[in-house]
Design a protein around this ligand. Structure first.
Ligand code: NAD
Length: 490
């Protein structure tokens, strides 16, 4: 039975209590198709109860909590996550099949950091005040008071479930909100463990609620259309963001959207080739390509094109797919059979569009239970151009198209020729070029000679189809709080 243990009952968490419902769905492991758990799907009534519980918490002592109290609470949550670290690692790995080492060093480690970072941010945060002096001699003091947004719907995807959930819940609680969380149907487990942790840390009843289910016709839609929510923070596909925007539009609720990407890397001939290939390998294949920031378009200056193709192919072939607990494993499966079908449809499309498959293109065969999982080979293509759908649409797998360019202007034009705008990475040893090109990327995050290096105080988000708003440090506080300006005549 190994890591997964016996199938679990994964329950909703409403008003401080775990709640079963009459309706369950089955969550399968993408490693080998075994049953991870039975998830209790929330219906309209339970979503309503969760929203009411959140409102009641805001109307109670939580609504009058102070910043030092909330900063202290966030630190206690971080401490409890550390105490329950391995429980969360197991939950993440059971749902996603990702290597244990990654769950430990990235996913769960970042959950701890998220709560500590926002405890620091809220403790140091102040709002502007002004002395107003009008030409007619009137004077006034203007100052703003931060208030919580209110009941916040938190809807998250499956790729980095706990990391992305806590990236929203930590600042939401820091600002004094109450949340109703809807985890992905593919990754319900860690949000449920986090509910236990919240209770252990002393988070008041109703401040953190979890409802399980799907999007349309299920918990996701019931939550986003609920008249009692004050805003939606969402990470997921751009098309889902669009649907959520329609759902909240009748009541004009604010949204914070971190959506899809079709991110470019630009490799100049003056790049440090070893570092660039190492960086490209990470940016293309990390988490089996299932990170919104992953590179799916690689533009390479023509003189080093063949070297980059050869180097990155070798890196792809060196990946070891395997069991999460095996120390040799470097790549896990895709999240589900359904998602693999989507990725495979792009493997077929790329070939129809005339791609040359440099490496990969298929499904690895193990000759054991893993053949019932959702595995895919890391895949690289050449021969595609920006007019191909494979180069324009987000695949969200360990795949990239490698294409040549001839000049800096050419590279910038090609990289910016996309409806998305989340991230870009520029590889060059020319300092001026690095700054120059990074600044001209039409994205929210632009890296030079690195990828996925994050300071949690810096703005995170995208332009175009990649989202609305920024998260991180005080940028998150702007979404999760509503300032009231007070103007006092002097
Ligand atoms: P998804 O949009 O299918 O689902 C995300 C969440 O939304 C899930 O909880 C799902 O149940 C819910 N949902 C789906 N339809 C809904 C609806 N109509 N109303 C309310 N809720 C609904 O995304 P996914 O497949 O889980 O995640 C992969 C996507 O997330 C990729 O596009 C990826 O780029 C994106 N992503 C973006 C970022 C970022 O920071 N920009 C980070 C991670 C993932």
């Amino acid at each position: 039975m190994g890591l997964l243990g016996a199938p679990k009952n994964i329950e909703n968490f409403v008003a401080g209590r775990f709640v079963q419902t009459g309706k369950t769905f089955t969550k399968h492991s993408p490693v080998d198709g075994t049953v991870v758990g039975r998830v209790h799907e929330a219906g309209q009534q339970l979503v309503d109860a969760a929203v009411r519980a959140a409102r009641a918490a805001l109307d109670g002592p939580w609504g009058a909590s102070t910043v030092p109290e909330r900063a202290g609470l966030l630190r206690r949550i971080a401490d409890r996550i550390e105490a329950r670290f391995e429980d969360l690692v197991k939950a993440e790995v059971a749902d996603t099949g990702k290597p244990l080492t990654q769950a430990r060093t990235l996913d769960v480690a970042r959950a701890v950091t998220n709560f500590r970072a926002f405890a620091d941010t809220i403790a140091a945060h102040g709002l502007d005040s002004f002395i107003t002096e009008l030409p007619d001699g009137r004077r006034a003091l203007n100052y703003a008071v931060g208030k919580p947004l209110g009941v916040v719907a938190v809807i998250v995807p499956w790729n980095l479930p706990l990391l992305l959930l806590t990236w929203k819940v930590a600042p939401a609680l820091a600002c004094g909100n109450a949340v109703v969380v809807k985890p992905s149907e593919e990754t319900p487990s860690s949000a449920a463990v986090l509910a236990e942790i919240m209770a252990e840390a002393g988070v008041p009843e109703g401040v953190y609620n979890v409802v399980h289910g799907f999007g349309p016709g299920s918990a996701g839609e019931f939550l986003t259309t609920h008249p009692g929510i004050d805003g939606v923070t969402f990470t997921g596909e751009s098309a889902t963001g669009s649907a959520i925007m329609r759902a909240v539009s009748p009541r004009v609720r604010p949204v914070s959207f971190e959506l899809g990407g079709k991110n470019a890397a630009l490799v100049f001939a003056d790049a440090d080739l070893d570092k660039a290939i190492d960086g490209l390998a990470r940016s293309t294949f990390t988490n089996t390509g299932q990170v919104c920031l992953c590179t799916e378009r690689i533009y390479v200056e023509r003189p080093i094109f063949d070297d980059v193709v050869a180097g990155l192919s070798a890196a792809a072939q060196a990946h070891v797919p395997g069991h999460p607990e095996d120390a040799k494993t470097t790549m896990g499966p895709l999240i589900s059979a359904g998602h693999r079908e989507k990725v495979q449809s792009y493997l077929r499309l790329a070939e129809q569009e005339g791609a040359k498959v440099v490496t990969g293109g298929g499904v690895p065969l193990f000759g054991d239970a893993r053949d019932h999982g959702a595995w895919i080979e890391p895949t690289l293509w050449t021969g595609l151009t920006n007019s191909d759908r494979t180069v324009r649409e987000e695949v969200f797998g360990p795949v990239a198209a490698i294409m040549p360019f001839d000049s800096e202007e050419d590279a910038i034009r090609l990289a910016n020729d996309t409806d998305y705008g989340l991230a870009a990475a520029v590889w060059t040893t020319n300092l001026e070029r690095g700054h120059r090109v990074a600044q001209r990327m039409r994205v929210g995050l632009s890296w030079v000679n690195t990828w996925f290096l994050r300071d949690l105080r810096s703005p995170f988000g995208g332009v175009g189809l990649s989202g609305i708003g920024r998260e991180g440090g005080t940028h998150s506080l702007h979404f999760y709080s509503q300032p009231t300006n007070v103007c006092v005549h002097l």
